[in-house]
Design a protein around this ligand. Structure first.
Ligand SMILES: Nc1ncnc2c1ncn2[C@@H]1O[C@H](COP(=O)(O)OP(=O)(O)OP(=O)(O)O)[C@@H](O)[C@H]1O
Length: 246
């Protein structure tokens, strides 16, 4: 589904991704772990098409199409979703208006009809119930006044509403209390399907206790340096990154 080959990318003058190769298949849940500053969020931003991140070599294709040639909104319409490590607040734009507008903009680019008010509301009710977000909160400005954990739950809510094909989740587990971690994990597990894929950037094995990954990659020094099964995450938890070649 996602094929990244020898990707090099820089921010300003600094090369962060240094020949990263990674493949994620449909149906797969893959985790990316790695030391602070290794380039995990940079990878997420490059894939989403954030400004200021320059790809200098390599390729990334999504379902066979050149992802890097697409504008960010076209990447979203193609089915790519990024859950931010640091969700932003958008005062004056309610969560529900934001999501309905985003969903319809994506549907329009795909040549689909707008979602009906009734269907949108049904999706909102279902997803907010799973994630424990009440309707009053969702009428407030996007993330405005949300606690750190509520912001992360809201990322999972957006995932449930937009129903993309590929979820790239950048530390969606950080800042969650024990119950919220279980709730957000449930949201991610509900999203799992043979047609979709998930790439979880995380520092903690505890998320992977709830969302069992098929594969675990280690990103260090701007490259994937090791790939294994769920046991790799357990080994890292026990041993740290010492001995991992950067
Ligand atoms: N705008 C920028 N200008 C200069 N350096 C940057 C910029 N953005 C990121 N970097 C650097 O790129 C490196 C990789 O950052 P990135 O956020 O991708 O790491 P990460 O693996 O996600 O780390 P963490 O686990 O701490 O979240 C870091 O050393 C960071 O300081």
């Amino acid at each position: 589904m996602l094929e990244i080959t020898n990707l090099h990318a820089k921010v300003g003058d600094r090369e962060i991704l240094k020949g990263l190769t990674l493949s994620v298949k449909a149906g797969e849940v893959a985790a990316i772990m790695g030391p602070n500053g290794a380039g995990k969020s940079t990878l997420a931003h490059v894939l989403a098409g954030r400004e200021g991140y320059e790809v200098t070599a390599g390729s990334a294709t999504f379902e066979g199409a050149d992802l890097l040639a697409l504008e960010p909104n076209a990447r979203a319409a193609a089915g790519l979703f990024l859950g931010f490590q640091y969700p932003v607040e958008i005062p004056g734009v309610s969560n529900l208006l934001f999501l309905r507008t985003a969903l319809n903009a994506q549907r329009k680019l795909r040549g689909e009809a707008e979602i009906s008010g009734a269907e949108f509301l049904k999706r909102v009710r279902e997803e907010s119930a799973v994630l424990g977000l009440d309707m009053e909160m969702l009428k407030r400005g996007v993330n405005v006044g949300f606690s750190g954990g509520e912001k992360k739950r809201n990322e999972a809510f957006q995932l449930g509403i937009l129903q993309p094909k590929f979820a790239l989740l950048d530390e969606t587990d950080s800042g969650l209390d024990i119950d919220a971690l279980r709730i957000v994990s449930e949201g991610i597990n509900r999203f799992r399907s043979p047609e979709r894929a998930v790439l979880l950037i995380t520092h903690y094995q505890r998320l992977l206790d709830h969302v069992k990954p098929d594969v675990v990659h280690v990103l260090a020094g701007g490259r994937i340096v090791e790939t294994g099964g769920p046991d790799l995450a357990l080994r890292l938890e026990a041993q740290g990154y010492e001995g991992i070649a950067a």
